[in-house]
Design a protein around this ligand. Structure first.
Ligand SMILES: C[S@@+](CC[C@H](N)C(=O)[O-])C[C@H]1O[C@@H](n2cnc3c(N)ncnc32)[C@H](O)[C@@H]1O
Length: 210
């Protein structure tokens, strides 16, 4: 899907997207906990594809890049400074941030490698990239893939497995330091956060710029 079509989708569906967080507080709590477990203290962080700012607000991230105006406006209402732009061309100078976050954005990127290179460019030496993603190589991930045609948000998604993400991170000059997984059913129940990957459909990982 082109960047323009993705922006149009999220412009149209911003409120529906945002409502999911209110409807699934225990799933959201597990995903935030997984991201927290791989996050180190930061001074200057950016969330790439900040969406409506739910993770940014919870994690204390003050700045985001987001192509959808409607999503960006909801994030701004949560106190996040949002710059309109795309992950493929981040509007920042080289070596700017100590930490980048990119949470459930990779499935909207047909090509992940150029975006990882762009993240590498704007990170300080030894800076870290925290990724949250839907792991297709899990039982629930397989269901997402099988049923994606029925889901307006995932119809055109490019889902990946965690091993694919790790390989691409290595190829673009990152070293993976920490991985957590959570959410193994679609129910809004308490979900445990565990080390590694392969079961939980939501995976959080931290990669350091080498
Ligand atoms: C599933 S939402 C996730 C939003 C937020 N990170 C969260 O976890 O709630 C995906 C977001 O990625 C954004 N996005 C899609 N393609 C992008 C791109 N090329 N560059 C930056 N953001 C993008 C969408 O506009 C949308 O806000």
């Amino acid at each position: 899907m082109s960047n323009t079509k993705i922006s149009q989708l999220f412009d149209k569906m911003a409120n529906v997207y945002d409502q999911w967080f209110d409807d699934n507080p225990r799933v959201v709590a597990a995903e935030i906990a997984a991201i927290r477990q791989v996050t180190l203290p930061f001074n200057h962080a950016l969330e790439v594809g900040v969406g409506t700012g739910r993770f940014a607000e919870a994690l204390g991230i003050k700045l985001g890049v987001e192509p959808s105006v409607a999503m960006a406006n909801l994030a701004r209402a949560r106190g996040i400074e949002v710059v309109e732009g795309f992950a493929q061309a981040l509007p920042y100078a080289d070596v700017t941030f100590d930490t980048l976050f990119m949470i459930t954005v990779d499935c909207y990127l047909e090509q992940l490698t150029p975006v990882l290179r762009e993240c590498h460019r704007v990170l300080l030496p030894s800076g870290v990239l925290v990724i949250g993603h839907i792991d297709i190589d899990t039982p629930l991930g397989a269901l997402y893939q099988a049923e994606k045609e029925k889901d307006v948000f995932y119809r055109d998604a490019t889902f990946r497995g965690t091993n694919t993400i790790i390989d691409k991170l290595k190829q673009t000059g990152f070293e993976v330091e920490a991985i957590r997984q959570t959410v193994s059913t679609l129910e809004n129940i308490d979900h445990e956060v565990r080390f590694g990957h392969g079961d939980g459909v939501f995976v959080a990982l931290r990669a350091r710029k080498c």
